[in-house]
Design a protein around this ligand. Structure first.
Ligand SMILES: Cc1cc2nc3c(=O)[nH]c(=O)nc-3n(C[C@H](O)[C@H](O)[C@H](O)COP(=O)(O)OP(=O)(O)OC[C@H]3O[C@@H](n4cnc5c(N)ncnc54)[C@H](O)[C@@H]3O)c2cc1C
Length: 297
């Protein structure tokens, strides 16, 4: 199956996630065009295989048992990006850093906040990714999505119900294939300075040289997850190779090989923070796959 596509059989998901965790996906397929993507969906449908879509894997915890069926990896595949006056049209697998760089090069402002978010534009839309006061909802004009039934639809920004780290696309069988950003004319030098400033701030505050999926938990209303975790004395707290970063308590980082340890750490942090502060931390990262190491292909 899937022989004519760019396919890895029994693909270790730890090689395709920034957290560096996760057992094997039965098939990991990287479509090189929207047409190939359609064909992959059709072949998966004909064989009654479940389909999971990922981007760069920068917001994912994949469990140790891996993922059954086909994983479609948009990063590295659909990566076209073009500037049309004040708009940028990007295929879903384009990295946000590349789109932000293209915007800066064209003297377009609005995407600076996204330059340090290490994911694709498709994942960014699904998550309504944001930083430093900006978020995708402010600049996305429309997206093209492909249903698992092969039907393509264009959705305008106001149809996406963007909220804090969420969108109407979550939990739906829809694959983002293209995103159109509406930006404004700006000063190239100022845009680059802002991007450099944000890069510096990230490097100072975030553990960028240790595997993570960014902020593990969402910001609870009226609080900051990192401050609550820190206040509970949990910086450095570990379960096996998973630990709370001592640089930024909102980042749970991984130096081990067990997704089960990471999940256990998440649960313990949630429990301790709730007991001591009364606030429940909702995960921001998305959990995929099956627990345990039993799998059959
Ligand atoms: C060091 C670091 C810093 C980070 N900083 C930030 C930050 O400042 N702000 C922020 O918001 N996030 C941040 N993140 C988290 C992450 O980068 C974002 O959530 C990003 O938008 C995820 O994009 P991705 O392509 O990696 O998606 P993935 O992690 O691969 O997937 C995320 C979700 O999107 C779905 N998905 C991916 N692509 C598609 C598609 N084309 N169509 C449909 N569904 C799709 C997946 O099924 C999954 O549910 C950070 C992560 C790291 C590691």
């Amino acid at each position: 199956m899937f022989e004519r596509f760019q396919t890895v059989r029994s693909a270790p998901m730890k090689d395709f996630t920034t957290l560096r965790l996760g057992g094997p996906a039965d098939w990991l397929i990287t479509p090189r065009s929207a047409l190939e993507l359609k064909e992959i969906l059709s072949e998966a449908g004909d064989n009654a295989l479940p389909v999971t879509v990922i981007g760069q894997g920068s917001n994912l915890l994949v469990l140790d048992g891996g993922i059954r069926g086909a994983v479609v990896r948009m990063a590295r595949g659909l990566t076209g990006c073009s500037v049309l006056e004040n708009r940028i049209v990007a295929e879903a697998g384009t990295m946000m850093s590349s789109v932000a760089a293209a915007a800066a090069e064209a003297g377009l402002t609005g995407l600076e906040f996204a330059s340090g978010i290490p994911g694709t534009v498709g994942g960014g839309v699904l998550m309504n990714a944001g930083a430093y006061g900006g978020e995708m909802s402010q600049i996305v004009q429309q997206v093209t999505v492909l249903g698992h039934d092969g039907q393509s639809t264009v959705l305008k920004s106001d149809e996406l119900s963007f909220g804090y780290r969420c969108s109407a696309l979550q939990g739906r069988e829809m694959i983002v294939t293209q995103v159109v950003f509406q930006l404004s004319k700006g000063d190239k030098r100022e845009i680059r300075e802002r991007m450099n400033d944000l890069k510096r701030r990230r490097a100072e505050k975030q553990p960028l040289n240790v595997p993570s999926a960014g902020s593990t938990f969402k910001r609870p209303e009226g609080y900051f997850a990192a401050a609550l975790i820190d206040q509970c004395g949990l910086k450095g707290y570990a379960v096996g190779g998973a630990s709370v970063s001592s640089l930024h308590a909102g980042f749970l980082v991984n130096t081990g090989e067990s997704a089960a340890d990471f999940l256990e750490l998440m649960c313990r942090v949630q429990r301790i923070v709730q007991e001591r502060t009364g606030v429940w931390l909702e995960p921001e990262i998305r959990i995929l796959g099956t627990a345990g190491s039993d799998f059959s292909t």
